[in-house]
Design a protein around this ligand. Structure first.
Ligand code: FAD
Length: 299
């Protein structure tokens, strides 16, 4: 079969020497210039003719974007240009942010993860982004450089629609900060895709649970859903039920039903909306149950 998209179009590659230069160039060429990191979304979209930018601005390596660091009091800071494999391999990430490590391992293949970044996954703003749920549940905040200097963008309010975020022309995400997670937390990411080797999620469910003596059930559960709404979705009503009612099979089933009723998936090549909704209920029930079992074993 003939490949309808045999190669990339002509693109001008720009490697600015500073953040200021990169930001000014991007702002001056709004609509025809785009920043990139690993390029794993960017080059595919350009090859397929979906994105038609004239300039690609390589922002890897500018001002700390190549560093990742862990502070036992403040948490984890992941430079925008750090590939997923480097983050996943860190002992501190495996110990303190196991849900993020688990989510990373579901992204495509090991080879792809040598290029793909977590910040690229976030800025791409696909509702199916596998690492976004974990980053949201850990309270992730992006540091962004723009025309007015550096600002913070909490992931909770960052996503506006498929491919749409609070980023403006000239904005460059520098890093992602994840505060230290609650003590004794347990996480689980369950993803269903057409195959295990490198397909986007049909549905992804992230759950983070931890003991919390201030709520009636004694535990908090945070839930994020991927690929079932225009943006990565939290389900606060389901989370509230799990905080307020005694945790048992019936309460978990009720929360899972609320999660199913909260989402608004589309039909696409990967799965029907109806299938996705039912998978949300089943996978939420499974993920919360697994987290719950681990929490009670540890108690
Ligand atoms: C074969 C294949 C399989 C894949 N499988 C999966 C999968 O299983 N799960 C999944 O979630 N994803 C998957 N993807 C998508 C992709 O790999 C991920 O979204 C990846 O995390 C993107 O990171 P990147 O660094 O390559 O992003 P890039 O392609 O460099 O950038 C992505 C987007 O973010 C913007 N951007 C990049 N850097 C910045 C910055 N510093 N500031 C502001 N905006 C920026 C770009 O302009 C672009 O719009 C797959 C891709 C391929 C090609």
């Amino acid at each position: 079969m003939q490949n309808p998209h045999p190669g990339l179009p002509e693109i001008e590659y720009i490697k600015p020497a500073s953040l200021e230069e990169a930001s000014k160039f991007l702002a001056a060429h709004a609509g025809e210039a785009r920043p990139f990191l690993g390029g794993t979304d960017t080059f595919v979209r350009m090859r397929d003719g979906v994105w038609k930018d004239k300039y690609l601005v390589d922002v890897k390596g500018l001002d700390g974007t190549a560093q990742v660091s862990f502070d036992p009091e403040k948490g984890l800071t992941i430079g925008a240009g750090v590939p997923m494999n480097r983050v996943e391999a860190m002992p501190e990430v495996r110990e303190h942010y196991p849900l993020l490590a688990e989510a990373i391992r579901t992204v495509a293949s090991y080879q792809l993860r040598n290029r793909a970044t977590i910040v690229g996954n976030i800025c791409n703003a696909s509702p199916a982004g596998d690492t976004i749920g974990a980053c949201m549940l850990y309270g992730g905040v992006l540091k962004v450089f723009g025309a007015d200097g550096v600002r913070e963008e909490p992931l909770a309010t960052f996503f506006k629609g498929p491919g749409k975020t609070n980023l403006k022309p000239g904005d460059i995400a520098l890093s992602l900060h994840l505060p230290l997670p609650p003590k004794g937390h347990v996480g689980r990411y369950i993803k269903v895709a057409r195959n295990k080797l490198g397909d986007l999620a049909i549905v992804g469910v992230s759950v983070l649970g931890y003991p919390d003596a201030t709520v009636a059930s004694g535990f908090r559960f945070l839930i994020a859903l991927a690929s079932v709404a225009p943006v990565p979705l939290r389900v606060p009503v389901a989370e509230k039920v799990l905080a307020e009612k005694k945790i048992d099979e019936a309460t978990i089933a009720e929360a899972a039903q609320i999660a199913m009723d909260s989402c608004s998936p589309i039909d696409d090549v990967r799965g029907s909306a109806q299938y996705r909704k039912h998978m949300v209920r089943n996978m939420t029930r499974r993920a919360v149950t697994e987290v719950w079992q681990k929490l009670t074993q540890a108690a």
